[in-house]
Design a binder for this molecule. Structure first.
Ligand code: F6P
Length: 325
């Protein structure tokens, strides 16, 4: 048996389809390596409150196909304070936890990175967010499922948009990043894709609408919620007075993007990353995130993934621009 005898796993931040597959993989890989596993409920909130639950292999049966997270999740303000983290660490010590696996996004990893430094406890992150906005990994768990949910919804919107010759502004999630909007926009043939990573797109939108005024065809304007020019409602209100001839409608897809059964890709990625997290701990890693780069498992320091910025792929932007006419 290695140095690590007992590992804790938690999910934190916004939930993402595939988190359960990751919890299952972490639990079973740990048990396979003769470790004990504790699930911490409701992320760092549960760590502070002492909500720990021993997990056996059968506790994670029948969850690989389920959306959400059986461990529940939270965004913990208390864990951002030194006092909160101290209480959390005391609970880890009380349960004799040697290492923690955190499944979440950048806020969750900021907390994990600080905790691993403050208390010298190994923390391994598994990227789980539908936003796909984490540096050091091509994909985050939940992104693929969310994309497919958006594509299915927008295909339906396209049917009614084209029947009525309407312009639809469709808002998708992505507070600070346009990955969901960009990739689902390409997949649904959106005529304009508005994302926070590209500045001054209002001009582009106006030009497009002026052109479209001549043809009167239906269009999809895909908007990331964090776009600088505002969300879908604000944007539509900005342009409607200039184009009174257009019948404009707005759809905000909202939290349906976070739910549902994970796709095969998310299940497999989550399973691979869960196993890799335990292998990294056995390899004595202290503060890293597991990533997937060009299909291969990678390790990136936690403090790097939270500081560095992941850029949208330039070639995807080019494709979007060439095809959006
Ligand atoms: O971080 C994932 C995410 O779904 C973002 O895209 C979105 O802005 C945010 O979470 C919404 O968070 P909440 O469910 O807490 O309102």
């Amino acid at each position: 048996m290695g140095k690590i005898k007992r590992v804790a796993v938690l999910t934190s931040g916004g939930d993402a389809p595939g988190m359960n597959a990751a919890v299952r993989a972490v639990t079973r890989a740990a048990i396979n390596n003769n470790m004990e596993v504790y699930g911490i409920m409701r992320g760092y909130e549960g760590m502070i409150n002492g909500e720990f639950k021993k997990l056996e292999s059968r506790d994670v049966s029948g969850i690989i196909q389920k959306g959400g997270t059986i461990l529940k999740t939270a965004r913990s303000a208390r864990f951002r304070t030194p006092e909160g983290r101290k209480e959390a660490y005391e609970n880890l010590s009380r349960h004799e936890i040697d290492a923690v696996v955190v499944i979440g996004g950048d806020g969750s990893f900021t907390g994990a990175s600080i905790m691993s430094q403050e208390f010298n406890i190994p923390c391994v992150g598994i990227p789980g967010t539908i936003d796909n906005d984490l540096f050091g990994t091509d994909y985050t768990i939940g992104y693929d499922t969310a994309l497919n949910t958006v594509v299915e919804a927008v295909d339906k919107i396209r049917d009614t948009a084209s029947s009525h010759n309407r312009i639809f502004f469709v808002e998708v999630m992505g507070r600070e990043a346009g990955f969901v909007a960009l990739e689902s926009g390409i997949a649904t043939g959106a005529e304009v894709i508005m994302i926070p990573e590209v500045k001054d797109q209002l001009k582009e939108l106006r030009e497009f609408l002026s052109k479209r005024a001549k043809s009167n065809k239906s269009s999809i304007i895909m908007v990331a919620e964090g776009d600088d020019e505002g969300g879908a409602i604000e944007l539509s209100q900005k342009v409607q007075p200039e184009f009174p001839q257009f019948d404009i409608r707005v759809t905000i897809l909202g939290h349906i993007q976070r739910g549902g059964s994970p796709t095969c890709y998310d299940r497999v990625s989550a399973s691979r990353m869960g196993v890799a997290a335990i292998e990294a701990l056995l390899d004595d890693q202290k503060s890293i995130m597991i990533g997937l780069v060009n299909g291969q498992i990678s390790h990136v320091p936690l403090n790097k993934t939270v500081k560095a910025h992941k850029h949208v792929r330039k070639n995807y932007l080019d494709v979007a621009h060439i095809l959006a006419m």
